[in-house]
Design a binder for this molecule. Structure first.
Ligand code: ATP
Ligand code: MG
Length: 555
């Protein structure tokens, strides 16, 4: 619509300007992960931002593995990253690239720089290079190798390539300005010797390009227009621009930075997660308490909920941290209308209806979602012996307790009114059975209006219920103390982040449920079939989120 007021984020405003001024005639973006770990919620922001821009401007979106550092990269991660991005819904079609496919072109760029007198081979050690670099307040010192001739540099660089030197013996440096106020411009290293096999190029290369040199070339080769990255690269932008200019790329890309997404009291650092996995504190990179994409998927989050969350976070240049409760809000919103509301008893005790005929079963029509009639109804068996939640009965109730206690009447959800007549305790004083009588006149949907009850509780029919394991999750981190221990930098873990309930009962209708299927369990939250541990005859559910929260939608 022409008159619609659409607020654009600062990146879109920059793109509009570039298109209006004819700097570019279309928009090409990319997501360039390093295959050295699993993707997390922060990466989802970058993926959805880059993909979203390409869609909005009818441009293209490239998937590119930034695999220029063979020390840390693994094929395993390449596969998991692609799976996660597909799941999020970002479609790169046939535009899948690997930075390592450009090693020849990067090498040619380096040769060109040497020929232009813009790069030189330096024999200083890493430590010496650091010492020569100077500080924020002090200019750097020229390397004694800075004035090597073009011929000598070409020869030495060729020797580096052919494997004549050991790691660290020689590097290729850009010749820029050792007195630049920007330390990144003080003759940065652009190639290093690394006698290492690469997961795609094998032993072809004995030298590998540095990130700040490789990345702009990758973007330029692919015809990326807007190279969107996070704020820590802002100070590297002059070097990015220098590389594409000196390598003489036509219509070079431009880098735009935005603030990373952080979640308050949530661990995202690869190093920390690796340790949690290695120490067996979590059950792998996809443990449902983590915020890797694989973990969120296993927990039961949907791509739609993550997209809603990322949209709500917005795009900005100001660093901030978002509350996990906002992510929970988004998944509740997404599942609320879509999912069937089933009955499951997490902490069961028996309820026996003494006046219900023994051996009889009736099948009640239960609506799947009262807020969404389109989801229809299901048949749920009802009989004399049921399970209810232990907390729905009290021998001596406090004021305003409207559930079961001796003499009180409640509604069994979608079924009948029952009145508590008596109860049985074991030798330890624990209640084991609650005995009731039911009133056949009060059947749900029968239009009964004789009297009202204040409490409604859920139930499952004991002989038909399926036993299930249910896992409840809390924050992995102790929120009072914060993520990191101030003294030694270790994580402040919450010892109660996982509760496993092994004796739960769910309705019989779950026999068809598959991995990742999710449901609302009335009164207790949204749950998802665990993809790793659940089996048709031994169901395992993860609680995605409880039903209520104190979270307020930001204005
Ligand atoms: P981490 O250190 O958390 O593993 P990374 O930056 O090392 O992240 P890369 O594989 O290099 O991981 O990142 C791929 C892309 O994702 C980069 O463009 C990076 O800027 C972006 N990205 C990484 N973390 C976040 C975040 N928290 N929020 C938004 N974008 C991010
Ligand atoms: Mg990185």
């Amino acid at each position: 619509m022409e008159n619609e007021v659409v607020s654009k984020n600062f990146i879109e405003q920059e793109i509009d300007k570039d298109l209006a001024e004819g700097v570019y005639d279309k928009v090409c973006t990319r997501f360039p992960p390093e295959p050295n770990g699993y993707l997390h919620i922060g990466h989802a922001k970058s993926i959805l931002l880059n993909y979203g821009l390409a869609q909005k401007y009818h441009g293209t979106f490239n998937m590119r593995f930034d695999d220029t550092n063979p020390t840390k990269e693994k094929v395993e991660f390449v596969d998991s990253i692609m799976e996660d991005i597909r799941w999020l819904g970002a479609d790169w079609e046939d535009r899948l690239y690997f930075a390592s496919d450009y090693f020849d072109q990067m090498y040619d760029c380096a040769i060109r720089l040497i020929e232009k007198g813009k790069a030189y081979v330096c024999d200083l050690s890493a430590e010496e290079i650091r010492a020569y670099r100077g500080t924020l307040t002090e200019a750097g010192k020229d390397s004694p190798y800075r004035d090597r001739t073009v011929e000598e540099n070409l020869r030495l660089f060729e020797e580096m390539r052919s494997g004549a030197y050991q790691d660290g013996e020689k590097v290729l440096r850009a010749k820029i300005d050792m007195a630049s106020p920007n330390i990144n411009m003080r003759d940065p290293v652009i190639y290093r010797v690394a006698r290492m096999s690469h997961h795609r190029t094998g032993d072809k290369w004995r030298i590998y390009p540095m990130y700040d040199f490789a990345h702009p070339i990758e973007d330029a080769i692919e015809g990326i227009t807007h190279s969107i990255c996070t704020l820590e690269f802002e100070d590297h932008r002059p070097l990015y621009d220098w590389v594409v200019r000196e390598c003489e790329f036509k219509n070079p890309p431009r880098q735009i930075e935005f603030a990373k997404l952080y979640l308050t009291n949530v661990v995202t650092g690869k190093r920390y997660i690796k340790k949690l996995v290695e120490d067996g504190i979590v059950d792998g990179w996809d443990d449902p308490r983590l915020v890797s994409i694989a973990a969120l998927r296993r927990r039961g989050f949907t791509p739609e909920s993550i997209k809603m969350f990322i949209d709500m976070c917005g795009v900005s240049k100001a660093q901030s941290s978002v509350d996990y409760a906002m992510l929970e809000y988004c998944i509740r919103e997404d599942l609320k209308m879509k999912k069937a509301r089933m009955m499951a008893v997490l902490d069961p005790i028996k309820l026996i209806i003494d006046n219900y005929p023994e051996g009889e079963t009736e099948y009640l029509d239960v609506p799947n979602n009262l807020e969404n009639e389109a989801l229809g109804t299901r048949k749920v068996p009802f009989c004399r012996e049921l399970y209810i939640e232990r907390e729905d009965f009290m021998e001596e109730p406090p004021k305003k307790y409207f559930r079961l206690f001796p003499g009180n009447e409640v509604r069994l959800m979608s079924a009948y009114f029952v009145k508590c007549e008596s109860f049985v305790k074991d030798e330890n004083g624990n209640v084991t059975e609650v005995h009731c009588t039911y009133d056949p006149e009060t059947k749900s949907g029968s239009g009964f209006s004789g009297r009202k009850v204040k409490g409604t509780i859920h139930w499952v029919a004991a002989p038909y219920a399926k036993k299930a394991e249910i896992r409840l999750y809390e924050n992995l981190v102790d929120e009072e103390k914060g993520v990191y221990n101030k003294e030694d930098g270790s994580l402040n873990l919450n010892p109660d982040s996982l509760t496993v309930l092994k004796d739960c009962f769910v309705e019989p209708g779950f026999s068809e449920a598959k991995a990742y299927d999710s449901f609302q369990f009335v009164r207790t939250g949204y749950f998802c079939i665990d993809a790793k541990d659940s089996a048709p005859d031994a169901l395992v559910f993860n609680r995605i989120v409880s039903l209520k929260s104190s979270f307020k939608l930001p204005k």
